[in-house]
Design a binder for this molecule. Sequence first.
Ligand SMILES: Cc1ncc(COP(=O)(O)O)c(C=O)c1O
Length: 405
Amino acid sequence: MKLPTHIEQKIHSLACDPQTLNCYIYDTAPMRDKLMHLKKIMPRGVEIFYAMKANPHPEFLHQARESGAEGIEIASLGEAKKAVAAGFSGSELIFTGPGKSKEELSWSVTQGVRTIHIESLTEAHRLQQICQQLDQSQDILLRINANFDIHEAQTTFSGGSKKFGVDEEKLDTVLPQILALDRLNFRGLHVYAASGVLRVSDLLKNCQLVFDLTRRIEAYYDGVRCDIIDFGGGFGVDYLETGHDFSPNDWADGLQLMIDQFNFSDRHFVLELGRYLAADSGYFCSEIIDIKESRGKKQVVCAGGINHFRRPAALSINHPMCIVPNNHEPLFDGQEHVRQESVYFGGPLCTGADKLANDVYIESADVGDIAVFGLAGAYGLTMSNQAFLSHEPPQEIVIRKNSEH
Ligand SMILES: Cc1ncc(COP(=O)(O)O)c(C=O)c1O
């Protein structure tokens, strides 16, 4: 992985500090560029929300606002409060995710959350009851667990038995019951197939499926219209450095064709993007504390492990990485180092699961150097087991090309 010069300079300057280096460095310029590009190329009617679960740091929320995201996709009251603290109003939030509590639903209705995405009949009834108590009504989308899955995705959210949404086959029994709840305004459908998808045609299949469902519902239920069609997230990033990035232009062209075919140009389309927007705006940087040879394999131990960067272990992949040298004197003659070999990276936790990278080729690394993992801006710290072993959390350092926070 080649580091941008200003990131490398920042790591060098941080490494001069005698304290052990273990931090995230964020520069959200790539997020800005991506959002602005997407806004330019998307068909009319497409609204882009930032899925803040990817990275709830205020800098990412701030960038989402600055670069013209329509709002924020939230999945908890905690996220809602962070989004509000970053300046988003209730009407700029959409609330997804299974298991919303009554407190979360009441807060959403009171704050005028734009749409609540209903994940089950129980949730619909709970929301109806809350709306009655508050004497309000609420716009909703119905989330469908489509009978379709994308095999190559990193994580799937539809197909098979899932806790997400209502099974497509049950729609005909569930939808009439939801339509009968007088405090809920049915506005449309949410079908989110999978996360981390690199093949555009796979995600377009999902769009085709929602459009077909929309047609079917509108033909069958008199007076029912799906004004809003939410495709969820899922645009992938090239963690394995294959050179085949997700092409948002191809996706936008494909969607435009479908909109024309279905005559849906008067609808609103929602994208809730997390990974694609945030991944390349963050680096996890962790000092190499130890290097040892163990039964034929070299083990490199960093200051932070899955407590700070769990994603590689959780998904069994190596992130792009590099080593920034720090020229520490060896502590003794014969101290292990790495030279042009494939090695294993882990952290300081007492579990074999604490892996940062497996069997990865490294030109050169010494104790005291900094291991830097790229594409760590999405699902980095937020997805990690921070409490395990009670290490100090890594710093989160925000830099911009000419200034820093
Ligand atoms: C409901 C929902 N929307 C959006 C996202 C963001 O997905 P991605 O990061 O793949 O864009 C997720 C991720 O889990 C999700 O559950």
